[in-house]
Design a protein around this ligand. Structure first.
Ligand code: 8YV
Length: 329
């Protein structure tokens, strides 16, 4: 008999069909966002689960689902999964790195440019019928080319953003990260490591790409925003909670900084009401990785991991992007 797995959200049907070659698959065609209790209920009897970046996988769930052996996510960020608890319960966890790097960096750059050049704000103005004449300083924003790009978090996506800025737009790149880039990468990007404080003070355009952890909670709050240039922009494509959204809304309202671009929010899909009323922020619904080829690649990678983690398919026992491969050793 085939093992049973659960696919938590509505996923491309052909990729679910691929899973059906190996498993009895329960799907969520209606794409309901299950509560933790509902998720536990659907997981009964399942050996594996295909998740996205939002379903919490914690000790309570692992204890309630002792037959669960693999948790495979189509997201690169895995702050929704208690990895040490999974390892302790012998549950293999995988994420989906690499396949979304360039698409997400494209989007971070687009959001930064939209904030700097006031694209969303001016579009709302036009759509509202308020455009009656051309004027010299209409929606005058700040330049991107030649400006200083500050990257907070120099992982794969951060490097992708830096590369676009340095090579495509002649930007001066500064960054802050847990570790330094190797000298060759720094030289190729013309990137300079600076303290977090110097990053905030010097960047014309700050892009946040750090993974979420308890230590990263409100890494950018009122005190950090106060260090930024009044002409600067802030873009967050990492995770909600890294920026204090209430403090950011206040800084935008007070013109402490010029503009922001946000794809992620504290408590999303709820958005802080103050952000909805300030004009100088571009808001998108967590879509940085959402090009069709990339979302398909992410889902395919999660499926590959699930098949391999449960000892099947061409990679059996060797899920390509396992986070705790020691569980299978
Ligand atoms: C995803 C993301 O869209 O991969 C991540 O960590 O934040 C996004 O690319 C989302 O989490 C998919 O589940």
């Amino acid at each position: 008999m085939k093992p049973s797995v659960l696919v938590c959200r509505a996923v491309f049907p052909d990729i679910v069909d691929r899973l059906r070659e190996y498993f009895e698959v329960e799907t969520n065609e209606a794409d309901v966002v299950w509560s933790p209790a509902e998720l536990i209920q659907h997981l009964q009897g399942k050996a594996g689960v295909f998740i996205t970046g939002t379903q919490p996988i914690d000790t309570a769930l692992l204890e309630a689902c002792p037959q669960l052996k693999a948790v495979c996510s189509m997201a690169v960020g895995y702050n929704n999964v208690d990895l040490p608890a999974c390892t302790a319960h012998g549950v293999l966890v995988s994420n989906a790195p690499d396949v979304l790097t360039e698409t997400t960096a494209d989007f971070g750059f687009a959001l930064m440019m939209a904030a700097a050049r006031r694209i969303a704000e001016s579009e709302h103005f036009l759509r509202s019928g308020a455009w009656t004449k051309w004027s010299v300083d209409a929606f005058a924003g700040s330049d991107v080319h030649g400006a200083t790009l500050g990257v907070l978090g120099m992982g794969r996506i951060g490097r992708g953003v830096a590369r676009r800025g340095a090579l495509g737009f002649g930007m001066k790149v500064i960054y802050h990260n847990r570790s330094h880039l190797d000298a060759a990468t720094e030289a190729a990007l013309g990137a300079r490591y600076v303290s977090k404080e110097a990053l905030l003070r010097e960047a014309d355009h700050l892009v946040i790409v750090v993974p979420y952890s308890a230590a990263a909670h409100h890494l950018i709050g009122a005190a950090e925003l106060a260090l930024m240039k009044p002409t600067a922009t802030l873009t967050n494509i990492a995770r909600g909670g890294i920026v204090d959204d209430a403090a950011l809304a206040q800084a935008l309202r007070d013109k402490r900084i010029a503009a922001a671009g946000l794809d992620v929010f504290e408590g999303e899909p709820a958005v802080h009401p103050d952000l909805l009323t300030v004009p100088n922020v571009v808001l998108t619904p967590h879509i940085a990785s959402s090009s069709l080829p990339t979302r398909r690649a992410m889902a395919n990678l999660a499926a590959d991991n699930l098949i391999a983690a449960l000892g099947l398919g061409p990679n059996k026992g060797k899920p390509p992007t396992a986070l705790n491969p020691e569980v299978l050793a």
